[in-house]
Structure formats: C-alpha cells, structure tokens
Design a protein around this ligand. Structure first.
Ligand SMILES: Cc1ncc(COP(=O)(O)O)c(C=O)c1O
Length: 457
C-alpha cells in the first residue's frame, strides 16, 4: 500500500488564484447600495482598501499571488493531501477517499489562506489596524497571526457563545498580539442596541460583523479597515489554493477528476476553496458531484431562496445576492460556531442557482459521530465545522459501497478541533441534541426579508 500522504513540493505551490466569476455561465449579480443601485467601488472605500475592492469586483480568471504573500503561505503550504485508507477499510467501501488537510496552518484551519493576503493588501494600502468578527475563533486567530506578520494591530469581536465555549482561542489571538472582545459588546452602538433588547444574547456572526464594521468606519484617523473571514468574492478567491493544489496532488496519486467534492459551508469559503477549480471542470463538461455541507440548524443553501440580503444585523453592509435566512437570524448555539452564518457566499449561491451544486444539511449528532469515527481510525480530531464534511464523506462512501462503485471522493479537512474539546466532552457525555430548523421556523425568518429585491441571473 503506498504512503497515505501525497505531498506537493514547495516549488509547485500555485502562483495564481482562480476566480470562478470568470467562468460562471451566468454572471454574478452586483451588490446593491441603500438606493437600490449597484454599489460603486468608492462606496466600499471606508470599509476595505481599494486593492481588495478591485479583487472583489474582478472577473479576471487568474490573479497573481504577490511574492511576499507566497513566501508567507510557504510557511505551511502546500498542505498535504491524505488518502484515507484506514477510513476506507473501516467502512468497507470501494471508494477512494482523499482529504486536503488545511489543519496544518498556524491557526489550525484554512483561514490563514486569506488572512495573510488581506493583511498584506491592507498594509500595502497604508492601513495600520484591522477589525473583524469571529465565530469559533479560527478566523480571529488567523487574522491576528497575519496582522502580526505584517505589523498591523488587530481587534476581534468574537461571538459571545464561542467566546465562552472556546477561551483558548482568545489566548491564541493575544499571543499573536490581537485584542479580542465578546460580541455583543458595549463598545459599539450596534452591540449596545442588541444588549438593550437582550442582555443575555448569545451573539451571532451578523451582530459581530456590525460591531467590527462600525469600529473600522468610526476610527477618526482613517487608518482602520474591516476584514471578513468568509463570504466575499476575494475571500473565496484566496482560498482556491486548496483546490488548485489538490488537483495537482490527485494527478500525483494517479487519479483524474474526483467523482465527488465535499466541503463544509458556513459563509462558504473553504468549500469555495476546494471546489471552485473543480466547478470550472464541471462547467467544461466533467461529471462531478459537488456538495457543500451545512448544519441543519442553519440551512441556507438547502432551505432558503436566492435573495438580496445584508451581511450583518445593523444593515451596514450592502445588499448581497445570496441564499439567506435573514440578517437578523440568531442561530442555535451549536458547537460548529463557524457554520452559524445566516447567509452564503454570493459566488457559492450563484453556482447553486446555476445547478452546479448538490447541497446537504446534516444534524450535529451525526457530525460528532462522524468526527469520533474519523479520530479513532484516521487519528486527528477535527473541528466541529469539519465534521460536517466528514459526515458527508461517510454518507458518500456508504453510497459507493451500496452501488458497488469505486468513486473518488475529495473533501476539505478545514481545521483541527483541539480548541473545541468542550463540544466533544458534551457530546461524549450525551448532553447534545439535534437542533434542526422546521420549515415553519425557516418561513418565519424569511418573512422578515420578503420585500427584499431578488437577484436576476
Ligand atoms: C475549521 C472551520 N471550518 C469551516 C469554517 C466555515 O467557514 P467557511 O464556510 O468560510 O469555510 C470555519 C469558520 O470559522 C472553521 O473555523
């Protein structure tokens, strides 16, 4: 049996990001401003540096990775592709399962793939401080690391429930020089408004984004901008190094295109990263089933219509074309904090509308069971977010067994779970339940955004 790890030599690291916007058969609708008109780049300038705004609206297929960014990515990239012989044997499946291991980065997930370029482009533009939100803390720690690398200060608003569940994530941010506060906080008007209504609010990514955007745009020096760890086009773009490397590694492993590509989907960025290069192949005729996996408690792709909605509770962001449960949605405090976002990346949502994806929603108990199976046979302990991808891997491997087909399955192993052990402890103690959303609950949420415009493809 060949060694399970398929390494890519450092000189084969991708030197360009892949932009799916260039190849989607129907173009991505633009974000809309308060006047209902497409947002002009200069309207975004108080929030993001212009060099990233240019990437956000770009339809150029390939975008060069700056040399200094590449040198930093080389600290942990190319990441390993792993053939999961032990899981295959355990499941008795004819499928050949591969995972792309993004847990080897400094922060332990895929998030540094975009934190590094975002910090670099901000520094190049003369920005001195970044503000951001974080769900599970993976993004907050990644951006703290990237800011320390490029000499920027960093302030992170961390969703209250995760702040309490994962205290060591805050310590990681502090080690890298970041400042971390629980959201909702009393530091911003947006946070104070939420606390006035519910002093015990568990917080949400939508609330934390409002706080972070407000903190950036109200800095009187003008030297602060906001950074987002998912959802936006440029974030998904930066993550495509995952899929581009995987394509080369699959060739080294003697495979052609995979039959199935899987990634968990919160705001959509690691899913975008692993899948967009393969969506390109699919647009060009390859037969690939591409599965974003979301939690049943926050079912955007599987249960909501394609609409325009804000990215945050205080409606500070433009209206973005996406699948959304509504910007005021406060999700259940499940342990996969990074998957509790009310919306889905516009590029991922647009691909879904064009029939390119087969989304799946999975309950948390099935995900924890998959994570424990994985840890016992493959070794590592995955992040609760990643466990959603692993649950889908197991389902697909079992389907391949029933069909007697030797399918090739590729999944993104988005992060490790070593800071998420409280959730595992509660699972092992039998204290967790499934918290899926009924159709009626979803309809109630959607009612609040029923008058929003609908994107036209
Ligand atoms: C380990 C891990 N996987 C997945 C996600 C989901 O984010 P995205 O959908 O942007 O990849 C997160 C978000 O925090 C995460 O920490």
């Amino acid at each position: 049996m060949p060694a399970p790890i398929i390494s890519l030599p450092p000189d084969r690291i991708p030197r360009r990001w892949y932009n799916l916007a260039a190849d989607l058969p129907k173009a991505l609708p633009p974000p809309l401003g308060p006047d209902g008109q497409p947002v002009r780049p200069e309207q975004l300038a108080p929030v993001f540096p212009m060099n990233l705004i240019e990437q956000e609206v770009s339809t150029q297929r390939w975008i060069d990775i700056p040399e200094e960014v590449l040198q930093t990515l080389l600290q942990w990239r190319p990441t390993p592709l792993r053939r999961c012989y032990a899981l295959e044997k355990h499941l008795g499946t004819p499928a050949r399962i591969y995972v792309k291991d993004e847990s080897v980065s400094p922060a332990g997930s895929h998030k540094p793939n975009t934190a590094v370029p975002q910090a670099w482009y901000n520094r190049e533009f003369g920005i001195r401080k970044l503000t951001t939100e974080t769900g599970a803390g993976q993004w907050g720690s990644a951006i703290s690391y990237a800011c320390s690398r490029f000499g920027l200060s960093c302030k992170v608003f961390m969703v209250r429930v995760s702040f309490d569940q994962k205290p060591f994530r805050k310590t990681m941010m502090q080690v890298w020089g970041g400042q971390c506060v629980a959201s909702p906080s009393s530091e911003t008007a947006a946070g104070r408004a939420v606390l006035a209504e519910n002093p015990n609010s568990p917080g949400s990514l939508g609330i934390a984004i409002s706080e972070a955007v407000e903190a950036a745009v109200t800095d009187p020096t003008g030297g602060t901008r906001y950074a987002l760890g998912s959802v936006l086009n440029h974030v998904c773009l930066h993550q495509t190094v995952i899929g581009l490397e995987a394509q080369e590694q699959l060739v080294l492993a003697g495979e052609k295109n995979p039959d199935v590509v899987i990634g968990c989907a919160g705001g959509g960025s690691n899913f975008a990263g692993v899948s967009f290069p393969f969506i390109r192949e699919k647009i060009n005729g390859a037969q690939i089933t591409i599965i974003p996996v979301e939690p049943a408690s926050c079912p955007t792709l599987t249960k909501t219509p394609y609409t325009y909605d804000h990215g945050d509770i205080a409606r500070m962001t433009p209206l973005m074309p996406m699948h959304s449960l509504g910007h005021s949605f406060v999700p259940s405090p499940i342990h996969a904090g990074g998957l509790r976002y009310h919306g889905m990346a516009p590029t991922v949502s647009c691909a879904q509308e064009q029939g390119l994806l087969s989304p799946l929603a999975v309950d948390q108990l099935e995900c924890y069971a998959a994570a424990v199976t994985w840890a016992r046979v493959e070794g590592n302990i995955p992040a609760p977010e990643t466990s959603h991808a692993l649950a889908a891997v197991i389902r697909e491997a079992e389907k391949a067994k029933q069909e007697g087909k030797a399918k090739v399955i590729l999944a993104c192993y988005s992060g490790h779970g070593l800071m998420d052990l409280v959730g595992y402890q509660r699972y092992l103690n039998g204290e967790l339940q499934d918290v899926g959303m009924s159709d009626m609950e979803v309809q109630k949420c959607l009612h609040r955004i029923k008058d929003h415009p609908k994107p036209k493809l």
